[in-house]
Ligand binder design. Structure first.
Ligand code: AHM
Ligand code: MG
Length: 338
């Protein structure tokens, strides 16, 4: 009998790796893995697709604008903040491996499973829709997430949640921009996936992403310039005297994504309005710092203070953030410390 060999006609079709197969490949490297963690990542992937669909249809569905409530930070919640939060709570809540979730939109963490039955369980912290004030103008927004292992010895949520960023098991973000992109680290480099809407799957487009070590570009809200600590003002003067460009999306996911691909430095220093910085340590700064370091960059909360080493004291705590290309972060800190 003749056998027929089918050859792929398009070379690019040969090695399509979806997020799902990527996660299964990673799981296969750990033969003792139970698959719990894989299910959590799949919940995040489904949530991202659902949120992306909502973001794309926001104006058509009339879900733009304020929800009429303030969140725990005293900031106006957008309707889509609430929708994205509910999507994540619902999909993660259905996963047996998730013990606790903590969100920018909920004052208290949600304890889903309290039992300590010897199973490894995880805590997922997230900002469901970062930069949501960009929604009304069709600008980039994103979801940021961080995964920690639950403390098996304790039933107190704080013991499991208030771990420094170095203890993250995985972290990532999803950028809802001109396409929907996910960056993910499981602690062994950073991989990038793009949502292919025609097949409904995230497809891996880059492995082992590396941030360029330098790029003469800084990113911050320059409107705060006059109330920044002196060192940051000195840095801006230095950068502008040295031919730097300025880029600012106003949504951290958009700004960090540019830096992951093109290099540069993103910062949100202390200001008069936000003396400890504006960004939240646990579900904004830590996951971004984990990604940036895994891509060869630096992420600091001040001179010689790695964001990932900060011992958290509260789930909504704020921090100063300076991250990006290693040489560019050094230039900022040279002025701040000098
Ligand atoms: P949010 O989580 O309430 O959306 O706030 C965080 C956002 C970041 O995405 C962004 O970097 C920053 O706030 C922008 O703040 P500002 O408008 O003060 O420049
Ligand atoms: Mg945010």
């Amino acid at each position: 009998m003749n056998t027929v060999t089918v050859k792929p006609t398009q070379p690019a079709m040969r090695d399509i790796v979806t997020l799902q197969s990527h996660i299964l490949q990673q799981q296969a490297l750990h033969p003792d893995a139970s698959g719990t963690f894989t299910w959590i990542l799949s919940a995040l992937s489904i949530s991202a697709k659902m949120i992306a669909a909502q973001v794309r249809r926001a104006r058509l569905e009339d879900v733009l604008g304020n929800a009429g409530e303030q969140n725990v930070q005293g900031e106006q919640q957008q309707k889509l903040d609430v929708i994205a939060n509910e999507i994540l709570l619902r999909t993660l809540g259905a996963r047996e491996g998730v013990a606790i979730v903590a969100s920018e939109e909920n004052e208290e963490p949600v304890i889903l499973r309290e039992q300590n039955d010897g199973e490894t369980r995880y805590c997922v912290l997230f900002d469901p829709l970062d930069g949501s004030s960009n929604l009304d103008i069709c600008g980039s927004v994103g979801t940021i997430f961080s995964i920690l292992r639950k403390d098996r010895r304790s039933t107190k949520a704080e013991d499991s949640l208030l771990q420094p960023g170095t203890r993250q098991v995985a972290a990532g973000y999803v950028l809802y921009g001109s396409s929907t992109v996910m960056l993910l680290t499981l602690g062994h480099g950073v991989d990038m996936f793009v949502l292919d809407p025609s097949i409904g799957a995230f497809v891996r487009v880059a492995e082992g992403l590396k941030i360029p070590v330098k790029n003469k570009c800084y990113s911050l809200n320059e409107g705060n310039r006059l109330t920044l600590p002196e060192g940051y003002q000195k840095y801006l003067h230095w950068a502008q005297s040295n031919g730097y460009s300025s880029r600012y999306v106003g949504a951290m996911v958009g700004d960090v994504h540019r830096i992951m691909l093109q290099g540069g430095v993103f910062m949100y220093p202390p200001t008069q309005k936000a003396p400890k910085g504006k960004l939240r340590l646990m579900y904004e700064a830590n996951p971004m710092a984990f990604l940036v370091e895994q891509a060869g960059g630096k992420a600091l909360a001040g001179p010689d203070q790695r964001i990932l080493d900060v011992q958290p004291e509260g789930i909504h705590q704020r921090t100063c953030v300076v991250l990006g290309s290693s040489e560019e972060v050094d230039h900022v800190m040279a002025q701040v410390a000098g």
